[in-house]
Design a protein. Structure first.
Length: 192
């Protein structure tokens, strides 16, 4: 499948991200990405993309085995170059030919495989029991470093909208005067 466009949107009512991929042949694949899936997938994609960028750059051979910070900085530099050349302005075009069916694939796991040609193969899988279907569904695509960077950028924007990456913090507990030292004040009470 030759990828024509990618789209990632956060659907608040589903609390999921909808990844849509359309091809130059007029097909569209739709996939739901959940918070649980993205929790493990996002760091993996970041590492794999950094490796992919460094492997694809002849000038980065010295960086390839260098420290992690140097690798990250080099990948970040290339990321900025990719983003300046990318087209995020053209509206996504829905396609009616959906080989996976009308319902998006509920992705339960992703297999990521770096290929010898510098591309990254992502295989999105759905267990049969999740969708109630008789058999499991799946879809795979290969991404070169530029397309991978575009996908990472779209995922990053949707993660920001979802607020899934915001740190979880406990609310501050008010301190009652004298409670810490046992001086005549009431002790704080915690109710469930």
């Amino acid at each position: 499948m030759q990828i024509h466009q990618l789209s990632v949107t956060y659907q608040a009512e589903q609390d999921r991200m909808l990844l849509r991929v359309n091809s130059t042949g007029g097909q569209e694949m739709r996939m739901w990405l959940t918070r649980r899936l993205m929790h493990g997938l996002w760091p993996l994609l970041g590492r794999l993309h950094t490796d992919q960028v460094i492997r694809s750059e002849p000038s980065a051979s010295a960086v390839g085995s260098g420290d992690e910070e140097l690798r990250r900085l080099f990948a970040e530099f290339r990321r900025e170059e990719f983003l300046q050349q990318a087209d995020f302005e053209t509206p996504y075009q829905d396609k009616s030919d959906r080989p996976l069916g009308s319902e998006p694939l509920l992705v339960t796991d992703v297999d990521a495989t770096p290929l010898a040609n510098g591309r990254l193969r992502l295989a999105f899988n759905e267990r049969a029991s999740v969708s109630g279907a008789a058999k499991a569904r799946g879809f795979q695509m290969e991404l070169d470093p530029r397309l991978m960077q575009g996908l990472m950028h779209l995922l990053e924007q949707s993660l920001a909208r979802s607020q899934w990456c915001d740190p979880f913090t406990a609310p501050a507990v008010p301190v009652v005067d004298g409670a810490e030292s046992g001086e005549g004040g009431e002790r704080p009470r915690y109710l469930n």
